[in-house]
Design a protein around this ligand. Structure first.
Ligand code: T1G
Ligand code: NAD
Length: 686
């Protein structure tokens, strides 16, 4: 039974029960509409409490229904029916009242909530705008400023803040339904506040909309929905209720069918699928109550901070006392920075730091549940560390490496019980970047792999399982991206043009700016190791730049020149000269932005297809998540594999064949050709 009605004297309690998150499926909408009609007709009922079973209030419209033709009753009609009901409805909120769920609550005359609840209109994160009155009723309740902030960012508000803001009438500290029923009784003898549809919108100060447009547009970059949401709130402030509702609905329906909305829905479900891969179903992860990090450099410090943010006590191990000081300073800088930016308070920063103990003594790790190694990217150094860990850690403790390019199986070759070992590949800065590549070896025990995924949930990371190859999923594709960027330079493009094209495509920065930020020496180090293994690496210009110690911002110049203390990339004559020399004899052509983007993106997709064929990634959506959460690929494009499918795989294949014909890319691989034939990567069975 999706909708249950129970009577507590003159108060009817309507409970929605549609696991997992009480989404407003057609059945739920129909059930609520019938309940509203029945209760209005029931003379014994004086007020209605709307609540939900399970872990949350209604978390929105059923996103799974978006691709299908809309079925009646439409949500706006249901919300209006509740708003116009003869008896007052009280929404009793726990968990997350989001999107359509919060819109239903705004249709109720009153809202009460437990303090741990949250309310919000996150639709812009799905590339749409609220479609059931959220942008019209919210400004009538909270004013245009809060409404603009909530609908253009999609960020939910905690119940306590929502209470202060007047969105929630009362906080229920004890049993929610009991509290809501007594609240409902308490309002029966009071004059009812006007329904939101009958209230005016307070006029904002002069210049408010222009300023809001600048702020939202700067934050949204190429995402369409936030500015559309702003336009809906403005329409609500400048026209009557009915006109504003119609405008919002039209905007919602247009955006729902948009490419950006399809891409953001793809990412929404991919992220949820990633945290619970079917191959781990039924496995119980090991408990992680304490952790250690070996190496307090760039990555070790970030990983230690992420573990502390999740509440775990951390032991930081370094080579010597000097390195310990540097390691602790690196971690302290992270927490102090977060306090300076107001993300955490100074007290929390101090408490986080207090939870880190540093030592050079591996014996201190005798009772640690999980140890993550982040020392130099050198096989012998790492093997030595794991030999000492195997000697000092509990037999059932989990051991992990953060290596970027080395083979985790070779790192763990000599340790006892290799089944407790796996790769946990964080991305820099590790306390910020959401991606965690989880790299099991053949020996890794299933429950140890499952623990990697549960750790990701603890750290609020997006886990993606990756097989073992040079660079796993992300860095393997990055190598192709960089090679393609160099091929563009050798055939007439400039670093500035390539970076501008990729920024125009939606990346936060182009491939050359990104290398200058991270340092050209890291990839050079990796190429040296790969060449020593007999692998070919195409980076003729980067090799020349490293040979003249142009490592990027850290050396005052890389692909670009930099003024001291200034991170602005400036075109470099020295680099142009190197490019000209390397390009001698290569055919040149004119490159517009789209052609540059194609020359980088489609080879990226081709490599993604190879990665799927090699079983290094299990799902095309995993490749998308890696690029979005590890390499800044625009979320609103859905990731490279989704983007290619949306673009049309036949066109991708044709462009790749053209580029290959000019020696500017590898020809399309079999997996891509098969996906084009079958109409999608997911259609191709392994
Ligand atoms: N529709 C369908 N399925 C949903 C869903 C939704 N709205 N929300 C979650 N799920 C599924 C999810 O795929 C997963 O499934 C399971 O529930 C648990 O989710 C008109 C049109 C509520 C905070 O954007 O933010 O309303 O993988 O792993 O971490 O204006 O889910 O188990 O098969 O995320 O506890 C607006 C989206 C919709 C909220 C819970 N609402 N959901 O987080 O669990 S648009 C949203 C969330 C809208 C109206 C418009 C989170 C959550 P499976 P989970 P969680
Ligand atoms: P780093 O040079 O900044 O830090 C390495 C730290 O390890 C140093 O502080 C050093 O003192 C310490 N160390 C070395 N040998 C040690 C030992 N035997 N015992 C204890 N500590 C020891 O390097 P990093 O950039 O943090 O990289 C660390 C690892 O993470 C490497 O494997 C790298 O490939 C990987 N990684 C790096 C990045 C990145 O962007 N920097 C991203 C992902 C993964």
């Amino acid at each position: 039974m999706t909708i249950k009605i129970e009577h507590r004297g003159e108060i009817a309690v309507v409970t929605v029960d549609n696991p997992p998150v009480n989404a407003l499926s057609q059945v739920v909408r129909q059930g609520l509409l019938e309940a509203a009609k029945a209760l209005d007709a029931d003379p014994s009922v004086k007020a209605i409490v709307l609540t939900c079973a399970g872990r949350t209030f209604i978390a929105g419209a059923d996103v799974g229904e978006f691709g299908k033709p809309p079925m009646p009753p439409q949500l706006p009609d249901l919300v209006s029916r509740i708003e116009r009901a003869a008896k007052p409805w009280v929404a009793a909120i726990h968990g997350s009242a989001l999107g359509g769920g919060f819109e239903v609550a705004l249709g109720c005359r009153f809202r009460v909530a437990v303090p741990s609840a949250s309310v919000g209109l996150p639709e812009v994160r799905l590339g749409i705008v609220p479609g059931a009155g959220g942008t019209v009723r919210l400004p009538r309740l909270a004013g245009v400023e809060s409404a603009v902030d909530m609908v253009t960012t999609g960020t939910p508000l905690g119940a306590r803040k929502a209470h202060v803001a007047g969105l929630i009438h009362s906080l229920i500290e004890d049993d929610l339904v009991t509290g809501a029923v007594s609240f409902a009784r308490s309002i029966l003898d009071r004059p009812l506040p006007d329904a939101l549809c009958d209230r005016p919108v307070a006029v904002p100060p002069v210049g408010f909309w222009e300023a809001a447009e600048r702020t939202v547009s700067a934050r949204a970059k190429r995402e369409e929905a936030p500015l559309k949401a702003l336009a809906c709130v403005r329409r609500a402030a400048e026209t009557d209720f009915a006109a504003a509702i119609a405008f919002e609905r039209e905007t919602f329906l247009t955006l729902r069918g948009s490419a950006q909305a399809a891409a953001l829905r793809h990412v929404f479900f991919a992220e949820r699928a990633a945290t619970r891969p079917p191959e781990l179903a039924g496995l119980t992860p090991c408990m992680i109550r304490s952790a250690a990090v070996i190496g307090g450099g760039t990555m070790g410090a970030g990983i230690a901070a992420a573990l502390r943010d999740a509440g775990l006590p951390v032991i930081l191990v370094e080579r010597d006392d000097g390195a310990i000081e540097r390691g602790l300073a690196n971690v302290r800088a992270i927490f102090d920075g977060a306090a300076k930016r107001g993300r955490i308070s100074a007290d929390v920063a101090a408490e986080r730091m207090a939870g880190i103990t540093a030592t050079t003594d591996y014996a201190a790790l005798a009772d640690v549940d999980l140890t993550i190694e982040a020392v130099f990217e050198d096989l012998d150094v790492k093997r030595d560390v794991f030999a000492r860990l195997a000697d000092n850690c509990r037999e059932d403790a989990i051991l992990a490496t953060n290596t970027s390019y080395l083979d985790p199986a070779r790192i763990a070759e000599r340790i006892r019980r290799p089944e407790r070992f796996l790769g946990l590949h964080f991305f820099s800065p590790a306390h910020v970047m959401k991606l965690l590549e989880i790299v099991p070896t053949k020996a890794t025990a299933p429950e140890v792999l499952a623990t990697g995924f549960s750790l990701a949930r603890m750290l609020n990371k997006i886990p993606v399982r990756a097989g073992i190859c040079d660079g796993f999923i992300g860095n393997r594709i990055l190598k192709i991206t960089r090679a393609q960027a160099e091929r563009l330079l050798l055939s007439g493009a400039t670093p500035t043009a390539v970076d501008a094209a990729m920024r125009a495509f939606g990346l936060p920065m182009g491939p050359f700016e990104a290398q200058d930020l991270g340092g050209l020496d890291i990839a050079a180090f990796q190429r040296k190791a790969a060449r020593a293994r007999g692998e070919a690496c195409f980076a003729p210009i980067a090799d020349r730049l490293c040979a003249i110690e142009r490592y990027g911002q850290k050396s005052g110049g890389g692909w670009y020149d930099y003024e001291p203390g200034d991170r602005t990339p400036r075109p470099s004559e020295a680099v142009a000269a190197v490019i000209a020399e390397e390009a001698q004899g290569s055919p040149r052509r004119d490159w517009d932005e789209d052609a540059i983007a194609d020359c980088i993106l489609w080879p990226m997709v081709n490599e993604g297809a190879r990665i799927l064929a090699d079983g290094i990634a299990l799902r095309p959506s995993d490749v998308d998540l890696v690029k979005i959460h590890g390499y800044g690929f625009p979320r609103w494009r859905g990731g490279p594999m989704h983007h290619a499918e949306a673009h049309g795989l036949d066109a991708v294949v044709e462009t790749l064949r053209g580029l290959a014909g000019e020696g500017l890319a590898e020809p399309p691989c079999d997996r891509l050709l098969e996906a084009a034939r079958r109409g999608g990567f997911s259609e191709v069975r392994r």
